[in-house]
Design a protein around this ligand. Sequence first.
Ligand SMILES: *Cc1c(COP(=O)(O)O)cnc(C)c1O
Length: 499
Amino acid sequence: MLYVSTRGKTEPVPSAQAIKMGIAPDGGLFVPDRSVQITAKQLAKMAGTPYRQLAQTILEPFLSDFSAEEVRTCVAHAYSSVTFAAPAVAPVIRLGDGLYVLELWHGPTCAFKDFALQILPQLLSRAVAKTGGREKIAVLVATSGDTGKAALEGFKDVAGTSIIVFYPAEGVSAVQKLQMVTQEGGNVHVIGVQGNFDQAQSGVKEIFGDKAMREEAGRCGYRFSSANSINWGRLLPQIVYYFFAYLDLLARGELAAGEEINFVVPTGNFGNILAAFYARQMGLPVHRLILAANRNNVLTEFIRTGVYDRNRPFYKTISPSMDILISSNLERLLFACTGRDAEKVAAWMTELREKGRYRVDGATHAKISALFWSASADDNETMAAIRDTYQQYNYLIDPHTAVGMHVYNRYLQATRDFRKTIIASTASPFKFNQSVVQAIWGAEAVRQKSEFELLDFLTRETGLSIPPGLRDLNKKPVRHTRTVRPEDMSRAVRDILCG
Ligand SMILES: *Cc1c(COP(=O)(O)O)cnc(C)c1O
């Protein structure tokens, strides 16, 4: 299996190269050069396959330059009983007739990004060794909260890597900040930036783009890399849980062999739902992919009209991990739906860069709108969905998942399609406890309570236990206290790598 660029101007490379490079030199994204098919007969036989074994089966053909043993080791590291608190890894909960929730938040940081960021470092360190690199990898991350912690957990103590995370010192929640500044591990560095997220992100981009800086890091034995969600090594692992959910329901007799289902996916950067699209292309019986957006609904409009237009206000919402106006991974979908027309894709991406807007051709839009359906939820609708779900099913959902629940109800009203449906639940309700408590118990219940008091409140009220990754956070020793001005970020990197 080789990987080609969606912009068509890069020589095909094996998976280790694609993962090491992250983005293709022509600015495109790497995609597999051929399809992997799982037949209906094979699927039926795979019912109930345990998560790790399934991951091995799904990942292997895409990582053909890795040995089976290497894949097995990576998978075992990533999805162990130490990293994932739930024995099933990704439990599928039945809420009501034909409605299921796929809980993707039992990993160390309580959000679905753990599925990718637990295994990417394992793949990356082997990819470097495999491609003859002698340098160590220095991973730089700018985070608005969740990605930084997930990357730290994934890279901690991984041989041949160092990770430096920059977060806006005053721009993350108390829980998010404590999750990062208490991070353990011998190769981890966490630095507060005296500025906002955009400044932290620009700082990291500048370091990546600075040739002198790259050379200096090289002299100190390092090569920069990113844990960005456009890396194929982050997308690939997400395909596994769509198969897992289906096969789990098959084994439980909730689905008949070959029965088509729908998935609802709360979406920001289009990574998670793209993995569902790839699963369908591989043969998973999926009828519709329902894309749930918050008030930043650039993708909802795109699916309905075929026009992608980022020239719009940016809203801060209570589902912050979906507050995104440029959904980078969409480029991979366009490549697939144009019949792999790299020239077309490159032209649209140029329009996006220059005008902030492009319109796909009618045939491409027809393909996309036949498979995807989309609507959005504002903050009030999100809060109502949290409350209604708790009242109707006695089940707690976080604001991102609640966007999915609202959009699913809209889908039912619009289509009367009562096929069985699985909602991807992307974060633990404990992680976004303030919105959850307020939605169910009212504004009075959150008044003057810290996030830690709210965790205790949620436990008391629901009888659910606080996830390990959030437990006793305020009692752990703080290990990272450094803050820098945005203009001093590159000096901090130099100190760490060459100091
Ligand atoms: C990142 C994230 C999303 C959005 O996922 P994409 O792959 O960017 O579409 C949704 N929910 C949560 C909790 C997230 O952390």
